[in-house]
Design a protein around this ligand. Structure first.
Ligand SMILES: Nc1ncnc2c1ncn2[C@@H]1O[C@H](COP(=O)(O)OP(=O)(O)OP(=O)(O)O)[C@@H](O)[C@H]1O
Ligand SMILES: [Mg+2]
Length: 342
């Protein structure tokens, strides 16, 4: 497993204490099918996460656990079913008109998994980066070209002249993702929601992209929600890690603790199943055994109970509360109610 400890000085710790975004009891349901076949997919079932200034929170979970949906709701690409999103202490209205959305997107941006499909193939790199500057009226006409160059260069695409007139198909995967990052950065956002930004990239360049994101965090005061299947990548990037299962947060805590002393049985299984680099397996191919939950018919108790090696009858009674196990480390599991193993 990749291991690298990033040191933090006290000043950095204090800055992190300033909350940028608070996500409270966030719920997102999708209605699918019609008439007698109508069903509700409970994709996100009451998520609470706060992210501090210059903090990276990793969001990890199996395929279908609701990670992308959380990011898309926080980016307001989807309307939440219920719950609150509070940015800089102000609640974001459930419904937003175009102007309010534009304003919100000055603060909150998203980086997508597939840099190829997220860039318009008909637009040059220069056009792609100029557009948000224009739409959001960040800099006037004269300053725009300069800012585009600056964005390219801080994202490692230097000299900018080499890239500015290129089309996405003329770039490598890593370069395309750098353009995606530069586009997100254009509006000087506070929060970037990064949805598996490296999973489509060659293994050899994943680390470069993660390092770029960490550099930008310091340089531009960015906070990240970093979504990944890969526990090692989450560990490398994150200050805290949140683990999702069936639309619920089951564990959240300091990255080192969640990785080295995982508390929830699900996190423990994920940790055990994480592929070793030499196996050649991709993190998304993790298999912890058992059936993945049906999100249209979630049990009323712990959603992980059917797959849990420690399941007890009481796990089926109700959704366990989040229990504090140590400073800043919380687990949704009856094994810890009362603060200790029972
Ligand atoms: N627009 C939609 N309409 C209906 N169901 C949806 C929609 N978007 C997501 N879902 C469902 O919500 C659940 C959560 O999906 P989501 O994409 O958020 O998971 P994920 O954790 O990002 O998975 P992956 O790791 O595969 O990207 C899945 O069951 C998915 O099928
Ligand atoms: Mg996803």
């Amino acid at each position: 497993m990749m291991k690298l400890v990033r040191k933090m000085d006290t000043e950095q710790i204090e800055t992190k204490n300033k909350t940028v975004v608070e996500i409270e009891k966030l719920v997102k349901e999708f209605r699918i099918g019609r008439f007698t076949h109508a069903r509700v997919v409970h994709a996100v079932n009451g998520i609470d996460i706060d992210i501090g200034k210059k903090e990276v929170v990793g969001l990890v979970g199996e395929s279908g656990s609701g990670k992308t949906t959380v990011a898309r709701v926080v980016a307001r690409l989807y309307e939440p079913t219920s719950g609150r999103i509070i940015l800089n202490g102000r609640e974001i209205p459930k419904r937003m008109n175009r102007k309010a959305l534009l304003d919100y997107r000055k603060h909150v941006q998203m980086i997508f998994q597939d840099p190829f499909s997220s860039l318009n193939p008909l637009h040059t790199v220069g056009y792609t980066l100029e557009r948000p500057l224009k739409v959001h009226e960040i800099v006037d006409g004269n300053g725009r070209k300069e800012r585009v160059k600056e964005l390219l260069e801080i994202c490692g695409l230097a000299p900018a002249e080499k890239y500015i007139d290129k089309y996405p198909y003329e770039l490598s995967g890593g370069e395309r993702q750098r353009v995606g990052i530069a586009r997100a950065l254009a509006v000087r956002p506070q929060l970037i929601l990064a949805d598996e930004p490296t999973s489509m990239l060659d293994v050899s360049i994943r680390l470069d992209i993660m390092n770029l994101m960490l550099d930008l965090k310091e340089r531009e005061d960015i906070s990240y929600l970093f979504i990944t299947h890969d526990l090692a990548a989450a560990h490398y990037m994150s200050d805290r890690i949140a683990i999702m299962y069936a639309g619920h947060l089951v564990e959240i805590g300091p990255a080192d603790e969640v990785i080295n002393e995982p508390k929830h049985p699900y996190t423990q299984l994920l940790r055990k199943a994480a592929p070793k680099p030499e196996s050649g397996l991709k993190p998304e191919e993790i298999d912890i055994g058992g059936e993945v939950p049906d999100l249209t018919e979630l049990p009323s108790g712990c959603p992980f109970e059917p797959r849990c090696p420690f399941a007890k009858p009481k796990c089926r009674e109700k959704l366990p509360d989040m229990v504090k196990v140590s400073e800043g480390h919380f687990v949704r599991c009856v094994l810890y109610s009362g603060g200790e193993l029972q």
